[in-house]
Write a protein that binds this ligand. Structure first.
Ligand SMILES: Nc1nc2c(ncn2[C@@H]2O[C@H](COP(=O)(O)OP(=O)(O)OP(=O)(O)O)[C@@H](O)[C@H]2O)c(=O)[nH]1
Ligand SMILES: [Zn+2]
Length: 222
């Protein structure tokens, strides 16, 4: 879906545990609600927000960029049902180590289905469904995210080419088809833990994620 407009609405200094960033708020306006996402059938225009953390000179060689999808349970509470928090920290450390880079934090909780639906999906997973099956059982696509907004924000930031921190080939393809060159994929793989090993295996088996530490021989086993 095409945005009618994307604008920066705020910028401020942002000191963190990893170093000093600029925090920026962006807003994109869509002509109508997305068909598959948490906001359902609501009519009328839809405003989507995105937070960017920017460090250093991003206009030389292609900078490292992380598109991180919101995960309240992982990012804030440190949940070990998923690898999100560890990936967020990996990305911020990578940017800090390079002295330059961008974290785009998009508000697509639960792969776009919303927080309450994600909690319902967790309930189903406790009954034996995997992360993909749970979404489908609740009437959603396995993944409801779109990446046009981060692509438009990169264009506004004057960044035509990136080194993308991700294990998800769909993010690489989506950015490229939105006109951002991905010159390298930088692994976002973290050490598997018992509590989210099944989650990683499902991402590898059903969502095509590139995860070297999960042996193929284990794929499909429960
Ligand atoms: N619907 C649903 N969403 C989940 C679940 N666990 C984590 N998420 C959400 O999944 C998103 C992160 O997606 P992942 O599939 O873990 O990783 P990715 O962003 O596709 O790929 P990477 O760039 O490699 O991290 C966040 O929005 C989380 O809130 C779950 O069991 N069900
Ligand atoms: Zn998570």
């Amino acid at each position: 879906m095409e945005f009618e407009s994307v604008n920066k609405v705020a910028q401020a200094a942002f000191p963190t545990r990893w170093g000093s960033f600029q925090i920026m708020g962006f807003e994109g306006i869509l002509p109508s609600a997305r068909p598959c996402c948490e906001h359902g059938e609501a009519s009328g225009k839809r405003v989507e927000g995105l937070v960017a953390l920017v460090m250093g000179d991003i206009h030389g060689a292609p900078p490292v960029v992380r598109i991180h999808s919101q995960c309240l349970t992982g990012d804030v509470f440190g949940s070990l049902r998923c690898d999100c928090r560890l990936q967020l920290e990996l990305a911020l450390k990578k940017i800090a180590d390079e002295g330059a880079g961008i974290l785009l934090y998009e508000q697509q909780e639960g792969r776009g289905i919303g927080l309450m639906a994600k909690l319902k999906a967790y309930e189903l997973q406790d009954q034996g469904f995997d992360t993909v099956e749970a979404n489908v059982e609740l009437g959603f696509a396995p993944d409801c995210r779109a990446y046009e907004l981060p692509a438009e924000v990169l264009k506004l930031l004057g960044v035509p080419a990136v080194r993308l921190i991700t294990n998800n080939p769909e993010k690489v393809a989506a950015l490229q088809s939105a006109g951002i060159e991905v010159v390298e994929r930088v692994s976002a793989e973290v050490e598997a833990q018992d509590t989210f090993e099944r989650y990683l295996r499902t991402k590898q088996e059903k969502m095509g994620h590139i995860l070297d530490s999960i042996p193929d021989a284990l794929v499909g086993e429960e």
